[in-house]
Design a binder for this molecule. Structure first.
Ligand code: NAD
Length: 253
């Protein structure tokens, strides 16, 4: 029970890695509020988490909308009585070369992947300050650290989220709030299918290539990222801030 009596606000919990984080956090004793745009997936996660015996609720939220972020934070505080852990996991997957990307595409990807997390922190901050062990985990990517073809908007947004994490770690340390990021490599989720649809690559070849790029010769599971989030959110990481944890099976060593 590594998160016993901790109150966690998790974005993007309706699917993939975010759903796995909700399940792992619930098993470790956290109470949870999920903010996501996907109401159907959000309710599915709620049912999975309830079956584990944890307190959980879902608030439909677009993290790129300030009023939604404010509402999510205030609903979380009404439900849980405060916030100890914030996981900024929701993301928009906008791919392409620079000439393919419209201004509105840029506004979308930066709005969801960078400004959204920053606004989440802004509104959750008064409550994180009141926590005895405030922790923020931002879901960055190996795309924060290295370039890949036709990834200009997504990669730029994840690079910014990586640096946002370090800037926040510096400014929030005096309040006792730790801020870290996770950089997953290729993890099979709905996002993998979105990337496949964008590239038009042969599905089997693409998945085999993703697996081959890691030293472990396989793609990762969402739960393997969730355990990294668990560690960074827990008191076990009490002397870790401004750090990033790469979870990629050794793909970018
Ligand atoms: N899957 C991978 O290989 C991989 C690799 C590196 C990083 N990541 C990161 O992991 C995180 C989770 O991705 P995933 O692979 O589980 O994808 P996913 O598509 O399964 O989950 C993303 C979730 O974010 C939600 N979302 C999207 N836009 C939103 C918005 N504006 N407001 C609120 N919610 C929104 C979606 O509804 C969805 O539930 C993302 O930050 C992603 O960038 C994933």
């Amino acid at each position: 029970m590594r998160l016993q009596s901790k109150r966690a606000l998790i974005t993007g919990g309706a699917s993939g890695i975010g759903r796995a984080i909700c399940e792992v956090f619930a098993k470790e004793g956290a109470s949870i509020v999920i903010g996501d745009m996907d109401t159907v997936g959000g309710q599915e996660t709620v049912e999975l988490v309830k079956a584990l015996g944890a307190q959980v609720s879902f608030i439909r939220t677009d993290v790129s909308k300030e009023s939604d972020v404010q509402n999510l934070v205030s609903e979380t505080v009404s439900e849980l009585g405060g916030i100890d852990i914030l996981v900024n996991n929701a993301a928009a997957f906008v791919f392409g070369k620079v000439e393919d990307v419209s201004r509105s595409d840029w506004e979308k990807v930066l709005g969801v992947n960078v400004i959204g997390p920053a606004q989440m922190v802004r509104y959750a901050l008064p409550y994180l300050k009141l926590s005895q062990a405030g922790a923020i985990v931002n879901m960055a990517s190996t795309a924060s650290l290295m370039a890949e073809p036709t990834m200009v908007p997504y990669g730029s947004s994840k690079g910014a989220l990586f640096q946002l994490t370090k800037c926040l770690a510096m400014d929030l340390a005096p309040d006792g709030i730790r801020v870290n990021s996770i950089c997953p490599g290729a993890i099979y989720t709905a996002a993998t299918e979105k990337h496949l649809a964008f590239t038009g690559f042969d599905r089997d070849k693409f998945l085999a290539q993703c697996a081959d790029e890691s030293l472990m010769k396989r793609m990762g599971e969402p739960e393997e990222v969730a355990f990294a989030a668990l560690f960074l959110a827990s008191d076990e990481a009490s002397f870790i801030t401004g750090a990033h944890l790469v979870v990629d099976g050794g793909a970018i060593v």
